[in-house]
Design a protein around this ligand. Sequence first.
Ligand SMILES: [Zn+2]
Length: 194
Amino acid sequence: MDLSLECPICGADMETMLHIFRECCWVKTVWNSLRFDSVANDPSSNLFDWLNSVFSSLVDESFALFVLAAYSIWSNRNSIVFEAVCTRPSIAAAGVNYWLANLRMLDQLCAVEAIAGRVHNDHWMAPEDEFIKINFDASFIFGSSTNRFGFVARDNQGRVLEAATGIISHVEDALHAEVCAALAAVDMANRLRG
Ligand SMILES: [Zn+2]
């Protein structure tokens, strides 16, 4: 078993948490691409001080972008370790921006609770009268440019009103793919309503 303590991305230093999230050349390029130079150049000497410093300086949109970027960085690190697949920093940064834009669109299009699926049931349950129910799902394979989504809309009798599938491009992970599928479903619902 390989127990190397070297950074799996650059191989130039020890894999500490601070290195993975701030010091690594790959990560610095991601932060710089996201215009987070202050995050990359923060002088804090340990992870907790760095996070405290970052959290106290970021608000709203920039804070959300930081969290998504940190998640993406960790996902990329794991993809290298477990799948030997590395994304280019510019692609990772673009994916983070795209992901945040999708989340903001989703916020604007409908109330989150309406699509969050509060009840998980083994059986499809019909909606109430005059409502339609839309079930959606997405596939995600890391590194694939042909991830797909699908949805189906049914009335309270279970009759299919609309169904479609499509291709999703430039997604970061499974959650991002699900968000894209949800957006497509909401867009279709708007067309049905019109
Ligand atoms: Zn490194």
